[in-house]
Design a protein around this ligand. Structure first.
Ligand SMILES: [Zn+2]
Length: 157
């Protein structure tokens, strides 16, 4: 997604957990503890992956995207489908996404990554600002345009 930024990858931590498991320092009951809420979120809002569950190896993992941020109000903390995220990213200035992998077979779950989405990523995103087009240029993306100036001052108050 174009506005994705501040990505934190948790694959190292996941590998560490799997090592602990192999070494017998933690049991499967410790790591396969997906709550009913998480499993439901995976069923109804999850994104199927091609990746096998590292624990039971009989099911593919499902990715659940949780969204957090003040602008989301009562929706904060809810799961969203992957397809809904670009729409939200164009509507909101900034929100946090947490991606959790879940196995619906054995209940394995782990944080995959987190990142920020939202229009704020476009304002400073001059690096690849090639395809932003006229639609996004009306507000914060046009620093030279006169209408943008008073709007910005208002936003600072
Ligand atoms: Zn599993």
């Amino acid at each position: 997604m174009r506005t994705q930024r501040q990505v934190v990858d948790y694959s190292l931590r996941k590998r560490a957990v799997l090592r602990e498991l192999l070494a017998g320092r933690v049991g499967t009951y410790d790591v396969c503890d997906a709550s009913p809420y998480l499993k439901n979120a995976a069923r109804f809002h999850g994104e199927a992956t091609e990746e096998r569950c590292p624990i039971c190896r009989s099911e593919n993992l499902t990715h659940v995207h949780y969204i957090y941020g003040d602008e989301l109000k009562q929706s904060a903390g809810q799961a969203r489908t992957l397809a809904e995220l670009p729409v939200l990213a164009m509507t909101l200035r900034e929100f946090q996404v947490f991606v959790v992998e879940v196995c619906l077979g054995c209940g394995w779950n782990h944080l995959v990554e987190q990142f920020l989405l939202g229009r704020d990523g476009l304002a400073g995103g001059v690096e690849d600002g090639s395809d932003q087009g006229a639609a996004g240029a009306s507000a914060a993306t046009a620093p030279g345009a006169d209408p943008a100036v008073p709007r910005r001052r208002e936003a600072q108050r």
